[in-house]
Each structure stands twice: as C-alpha cells, then as structure tokens.
Unconditional design. Structure first.
Length: 369
C-alpha cells in the first residue's frame, strides 16, 4: 500500500479534558444526583437513589469517589491518599461516598459484589483496601473465583458463613448494575473521579499529591476545576499514516519524544452519526507502540470491534467524542490515559500508544454497560 507523508495538526488536551462536538454544549460537572430508576436490595451503608456506600452523615463537606477495583489509577489514588481518607472517616466530620463501578469487565462485577458483601458485615473498608492491594496486572484474568476471593478476604478477617454465601450467590449483582447506571447517567467517563461538594477537582494537580488533595478537602473553596473544553495547542504529526477509509492503515515509525498529553487528529472526517457521550461503537483499529514502532494489535486481522465507550480506556473515552461514522481518527494516548505503570496484555508499562481508528457505526441512545 502506498501512503503519503501527512502533516496533520493534532489537538493536545490535558489528561482531564473532554472534547465535545462544536455545536454541543459543554458537559456539566459530573454529579451524583442522577438516580438509578428503581429500588433494589442494597448492602449496609448503601441507600438509594445513588447506591453509594457512605460513611459519616454530618459536616459541610462531602467527598464522592467513583472507582473500579480493576482501575490501576484508582489503586494509585488510594495508595497516596488512603491514610488521609481513613483519618477523615475516623474523625466523622466529613461524609465520604464510595461509588463502586464495574465498567472494566467481568472481574470488576465480581469484586464490586464482594465489596457489597463485606459492607453487610460492617467490613467494607478492610475489603476495599485488600481488593486494591491484590489488584491483578491483567484485567479480567479470571483469578477471582469464589474460593480465591474467600481466601483473600479471610486474610483481613472477613469470612463468616453469611459473607461466603453472599459471594457464592452473587447477592448484589442488581446493586452493582444500579451503581454503574448512576455513573452512566452522571456522565462519569473515567475512574477514579473525585468530587468534593459536587465539584470536580483537578486530576493533574490534586489526585496524586497527598498534600494537594488534603488541601482541597480541608478548604473546598480553593478548588479550581478544569475547563470542560480545553484550549488546544498545535502539534504536527511527524510520521506517515495512510488515509483510505475501510482499508487497514499503514503507520510509519514515530520519531522524537512522545507528547505527554492526549493527541487527537482526524485523518478523514466522517459524515454519519456522531459519538456524543456513552454510545456503543463499532470500529476497526490498529494499535502501535510509540517507542518501538511495533504494531501491538489490529482488529483488521479478525473482525470489527464493538463496545460501549464507557468500557474503554480513558484515552478513547475522551479522544473519540465528536467523531463521525465514516471517519478515520488518530489518537496518541499517554500512559495515564491508557494502561499506566502496569501495562496490560501486549502493552508494557508506561507506554505511549498510537491508535488509528475507523468508525463504522454508532448506536444512538444511551449505551448499557
């Protein structure tokens, strides 16, 4: 296949920003007020309409933490801020809501159910810490059998007959689904997401710096939320990419240091339905490692890939907004919006990734995850 040198202006956006279609309104700050539609059986400490697991009722400050037990950055957040959060819970002056999500796959569902079972025992916090501590490098590896889960929970003093039956019977699957729906309704598109008094804090400055996080919790008026629509800065693509929709793209090896922010560029602008938030999409894609220039994955060798946008890495969740069917888009995704310092499957740790994506279909309407 012949391909030409492309001089392409990419849009670089910060790791917290989202892109929206030009004719749409900026997305609202995520809010936990959008409810699941009906009452379901919930574990101890979890109440409708949002089914979060809550600690402390009083005080003027509320922290909402949206997280998935398979999310590497969620584990990182708690490694850095866990001691402070434990102190906050112990002091009883600040309300904390844990929203346990399951968008990363089947093991996330199993682990969320286990956390709910532990909450019934009054032991959500030790279970929460243990599940993040034992996080697998490979998502949905299937290691979380009933027996393995029960063994690991027993190590932190959670092992009653009631708890074990709750695990085996998957008692809280409807609750797990309800919590996930509240996240979808609230447009929580990435984990972790942390709100203080309903305001999004700055992921770049406040999530992974214990002093900064403690500061915004102590003084919520100091929160400087990121802009919903970032100011783009130009970036020229310095390697060739073929631009024929419907044929497997050919990508030249990149040169120089990779960008540290998310890069987005349209090689072909589509004319069909547009990705707006959490639709189900069907694509063909090629994945390349920036550093080596090696192709790591290609859906072209098998079949088109279909998924809800909310099930995908944050780089896709943010980078595909506004794309139209019939388009080809390139994403340059830094590690913090891909697979982080642990990697996944064919992707090693701390890898900047290049995706070239053909959008084949968008299912209009809310996607179920």
């Amino acid at each position: 296949m012949r391909f030409s040198k492309v001089s392409l202006n990419l849009i670089l956006i910060t790791s917290l920003a989202f892109l929206y279609p030009a004719n749409s309104k900026a997305a609202p700050t995520p809010s936990p007020t959008n409810a699941a539609p009906k009452l379901i059986t919930a574990p101890k400490g979890s109440t409708p309409p949002n089914y979060e697991i809550s600690f402390n009722k009083g005080g003027k400050t509320t922290i909402d933490i949206w997280e998935d037990f398979q999310c590497a950055n969620c584990a990182k957040f708690h490694t850095i801020n866990g001691d402070f959060l434990s102190k906050v819970i112990s002091d009883g002056k600040i309300k904390i809501n844990f929203h346990i999500l399951s968008f990363l796959g089947a093991d996330s569902v199993v682990l969320a159910n286990a956390a709910a079972c532990a909450a019934d025992e009054g032991k959500f916090l030790p279970a929460h810490a243990q599940l993040f501590k034992l996080q697998s490098e490979n998502k949905n590896s299937g290691i979380w059998t009933n027996e393995f889960l029960q063994t690991k929970m027993a190590e932190v003093g959670i092992g009653s007959t009631k708890f074990n039956k709750c695990i085996e019977n998957k008692k809280y699957l409807k609750w797990v689904s309800a919590v996930q729906k509240t996240a979808t309704n609230s447009r929580i598109l990435a984990t972790p997401t942390v709100l203080i008094n309903g305001k999004a804090i700055n992921r770049a400055t406040d999530y992974y710096n214990s002093a900064a996080f403690e500061s915004v919790v102590t003084d919520p008026s100091s929160i400087v939320a990121p802009s919903s629509i970032p100011t783009p800065s130009p970036f020229k693509l310095n390697f060739p990419v073929s631009k024929t929709f419907g044929t497997e793209p050919v990508i030249g090896k990149p040169t120089g240091s990779p960008p540290t922010n998310l890069g987005i560029g349209d090689l072909i602008v589509g004319v069909g339905n547009q990705i707006q938030s959490n639709e189900k999409i069907t694509v063909q894609y090629v994945l390349m490692d920036w550093e080596s220039g090696k192709i790591l994955e290609s859906s072209w060798s098998s079949a088109p890939f279909t998924s809800s946008l909310a099930n995908l890495i944050p780089g896709w969740q943010r980078g595909l907004i506004g794309m139209k069917v019939g388009g080809r888009r390139i994403l340059i995704v830094p590690p913090d919006l891909a697979y982080g310092d642990k990697g996944s499957g064919s992707v090693g740790p701390n890898k900047t990734l290049i995706f070239v994506i053909d959008l084949l279909a968008v299912k209009i309407g809310r996607a179920h995850v």
